[in-house]
Design a protein around this ligand. Structure first.
Ligand code: RFL
Ligand code: PHB
Length: 392
């Protein structure tokens, strides 16, 4: 079997890259080791940067997002019993969009089905090969049959645990990592969100986040210990803990109910350099992880796709093979800044120890940033998303 671009992984980055390439008439095949239903059952990101929204519209998958998504012009920090709003729209002229990753993925899957492009789900033994030659290929097993997919380029969009990054020679890659000493316990509940906008809470018992998917579906998180288990948290314990970590007037408005999902996610910062190995590109979580505190993971995956798409278009439609060399440096410039923002938000809002001095430093930093126009502006311009470079 032959294609121009072989894409490993049908998460948001693989599906969006496939959609943009298909729109340009560039042939591509996606191979995914899970089923489509499993991919759609993963509850993850909820906040889309303005640039992500623009690219989804450009890809022709923005219609339902524009109908059902919720533009937000700001969010709040709570600390020391206070609630301080960051007016992102006033400071940047743009809104973020609250629209779940599950919905983005569903829209992309529907568009792919409509385009007739090929996707193999539930594949096994995926192995990228010969990507340092001009005839790369991927071998995999589908429905008991071994398939060789010959291609011109391979996009490794297969997430942090995928095979693409693991296939590159150890001496060709350098990785940078920080593992945080806590996790996030997240719940989804069929209840109205406690406020119209997100609240990121710093509390002496630990971080909490009030988020949402729509006016009847809330998403809440509390910081938990790294070795904690979701089974240790009854719904009652979760709601009590969340209420404790919010300002009293907000807590009084919290509507509770049965939770429909409860899971724990570890927090990690991770970057692999470079992101190109011959004709293999690493894209999205395959190349980098951020702690979710800045709402950057999905958005970074999308900005990698924006860059790779422009490069592959130049290479495959106009023969500009010299562009391949630019992918890694262009992406990494933006990635490191999003890593910085996510690390900073994590450091500012979580409980790292019982040390009272560190807690006072966090409160002073929150007070300083939220009471200065310069402070609020730097937060707003990072939250809305830093510019994505165009390749000319
Ligand atoms: P994905 O979504 O992990 O998709 C990779 C796909 O590759 C498949 N795969 C393979 N396929 C074939 N062969 C193999 N050997 C394979 N190995 C793996 C996998 O099954 C999967 O389908 O990576 P992608 O596309 O790069 O997308 C990245 C995003 O999913 C991720 O960054 C975000 O979800 C992170 N994230 C958030 N990002 C935001 O921008 N805003 C947020 O508000 C936000 N909140 C979150 C988050 C992540 C969370 N968790 C659970 C990690 C909140 C949470 C709790
Ligand atoms: C979410 O709604 O799942 C969410 C929102 C903001 C974040 C992380 C997760 O920073």
């Amino acid at each position: 079997m032959k294609t121009q671009v072989a894409i490993i992984g049908a998460g948001p980055s693989g599906l969006l890259l496939g959609q943009l390439l298909t729109q340009q008439g560039i042939d591509n095949v996606i191979i995914e080791n899970r089923s489509a239903d499993y991919v759609l059952s993963r509850i993850r990101a909820g906040v889309l940067e303005a640039g992500t929204v623009d690219l989804l519209r450009q890809a022709g998958v923005g219609a339902r997002m524009d109908r059902e998504g919720h533009p937000h012009g700001g969010f709040a920090f709570s600390f020391d019993g206070r609630l301080e709003r960051i007016d992102v729209h006033a400071l940047t002229g743009k809104n973020v969009m609250v629209y779940g990753q599950t919905e983005v993925t569903r829209d992309l899957m529907d568009a792919r089905t409509a385009s007739g492009a090929t996707t193999f789900y539930e594949v096994q033994d995926v192995q990228p090969r010969d990507f340092y030659t001009d005839k790369p290929r991927i071998t995999f097993v589908h429905a008991g049959r071994e398939i060789t997919l010959e291609c011109e380029y391979i996009a490794g969009c297969d997430g942090y645990h995928g095979v693409a990054r693991k296939s590159v020679p150890a001496d060709a890659i350098k990785t940078f990592e920080r593992v945080y000493p806590f996790g996030w316990l997240g719940v989804l509940s069929q209840t109205p969100p406690v406020t119209d906008e997100l609240i990121y809470a710093n509390h002496e018992r630990g971080f909490a986040l009030c988020s949402m998917r729509n006016p009847t579906l809330s998403r809440y998180y509390v910081q938990c210990t790294i070795d904690d288990k979701a089974e240790n948290w009854s719904d009652q314990r979760f709601w009590d803990e969340l209420r404790t970590r919010l300002p009293a007037d907000v807590a009084a408005d919290l509507v509770t109910g049965p939770t429909i999902e409860k899971s724990i996610a570890p927090l990690r910062s991770f970057v692999a350099e470079p992101m190109t190995f011959g004709r293999l590109f690493l894209v999205g979580d395959a190349a980098h992880i951020v702690p979710p505190t800045g709402a950057k993971g999905l958005n970074l995956a999308v900005s990698d796709v924006a860059v790779l798409y422009q490069i592959l278009r130049g290479v495959l439609l106009d023969g500009r093979t010299e562009l391949v060399a630019r992918y890694s440096e262009v992406c990494l410039r933006r990635i490191w800044k999003a890593e910085r923002f996510s690390w900073w938000m994590t450091s500012l809002l979580h409980k790292f120890s019982d040390d009272p001095f560190s807690q006072r430093m966090q409160l002073a930093e929150l007070d300083y940033y939220t009471s200065s126009v310069a402070g609020r502006t730097t937060i707003a311009e990072n939250y809305i998303g830093l510019p994505i470079e165009t390749i000319d």
